[in-house]
Design a protein around this ligand. Structure first.
Ligand code: G
Ligand code: G
Ligand code: MN
Ligand code: NA
Length: 252
């Protein structure tokens, strides 16, 4: 099996799928939105997780086309949901991950604007997630991030707290949301780690970022996040990533 060769045909063979993981409002446990997470339905291997093919896509220059497919598919799904479930429109947002390399795609902002126009999506309901470690990369184009932000799209910094970006540097980027890395949440039982999470959360809120806790798996983690005032919760405690139709059944 040659993953690189197979990946080149994955889009036209309709083998890529998006799963969705709910994000919950901490205050009332209502649905705040979903994060789209890609999977590859490989004819021999079955469902391949992104950790096993996104880096290949980055290396062999497929990331821009796959990334555009993700954005288009997520926007299409979102517009279908808004039409089918008008009540959801008030609360719902959709988050999509992009690779730093996609910020070198000169047409990305225009492409996203077309998605938003074609599917008639309020820009503010779309969140683009970029990992903190990718901020290190020379690929990150600040003008691109500023253009996305100016178009009304929300920007989220993923895996916050694990990268190497200095806090003073963070203010140079137009992020709206910090997604606190699951490492902080998972080690919450240790007192020092709980203090660290508190410090990170207080920092985020004092800088007026909205916060999302990732990797919430237990009642205790949920209670601590709630006490800290983290705005949204995401994790297996509520749901693992699931197909669109299962999101509808369980959450709408
Ligand atoms: O869903 P899962 O936990 O297996 O995802 C693993 C990682 O893969 C996520 O942390 C995320 O950063 C990355 N990922 C998921 N979907 C996408 C996508 O559509 N594009 C990019 N660039 N990364 C993704
Ligand atoms: O892009 P990001 O790294 O945030 O992607 C989230 C990833 O984290 C997904 O691949 C998802 O499967 C995984 N994930 C989501 N919730 C949990 C959780 O509660 N526990 C663990 N271990 N992983 C989670
Ligand atoms: Mn993410
Ligand atoms: Na993350």
């Amino acid at each position: 099996i040659n993953l690189e060769r197979d990946l080149k045909n994955a889009i036209q063979n309709n083998e890529l799928v998006l799963y969705y993981q709910p994000q919950i409002n901490t205050n009332d446990h209502s649905l705040a939105g979903v994060e789209a997470l890609i999977r590859w339905n490989h004819p021999q291997l079955g469902l391949v997780p992104p950790d096993q093919f996104i880096s290949i896509a980055e290396e062999c220059d497929l990331i821009n086309s796959i990334g555009r497919w993700v954005l288009d598919s997520a926007c299409e799904q979102f517009s279908t949901w808004v039409r089918s479930y008008p009540d959801m429109d008030i609360v719902f947002s959709i988050a999509v991950n992009i690779s730093a390399k996609q910020l070198r795609d000169k047409g990305l902002v225009e492409y996203l604007q077309q998605c938003i126009d074609n599917y008639n999506i309020p820009a503010s309901r779309l969140e683009i997630e970029l990992t903190e470690s990718s901020l290190e990369s020379s690929l990150v184009a600040l003008d691109m991030l500023n253009a996305l932000s100016a178009s009304g799209i929300k920007l989220a910094l993923d895996d916050f707290g694990t990268g190497y970006s200095s806090l003073s540097h963070l203010d140079d980027f137009p992020f709206d949301i910090l997604k606190i890395d699951k490492k902080f949440i998972m080690s919450i039982e240790r007192e020092e780690q709980a203090k660290l999470l508190k410090a990170v959360t207080n920092f985020a809120h004092s800088m007026d970022y909205e916060t999302v806790a990732e990797g919430v798996e237990t009642e205790l983690q949920l209670e601590i996040c709630k006490k800290l005032g983290i705005n949204r919760l995401q994790g297996f405690y509520f749901s693992k990533p699931i197909p669109a139709n299962e999101i509808e059944k369980a959450w709408f």
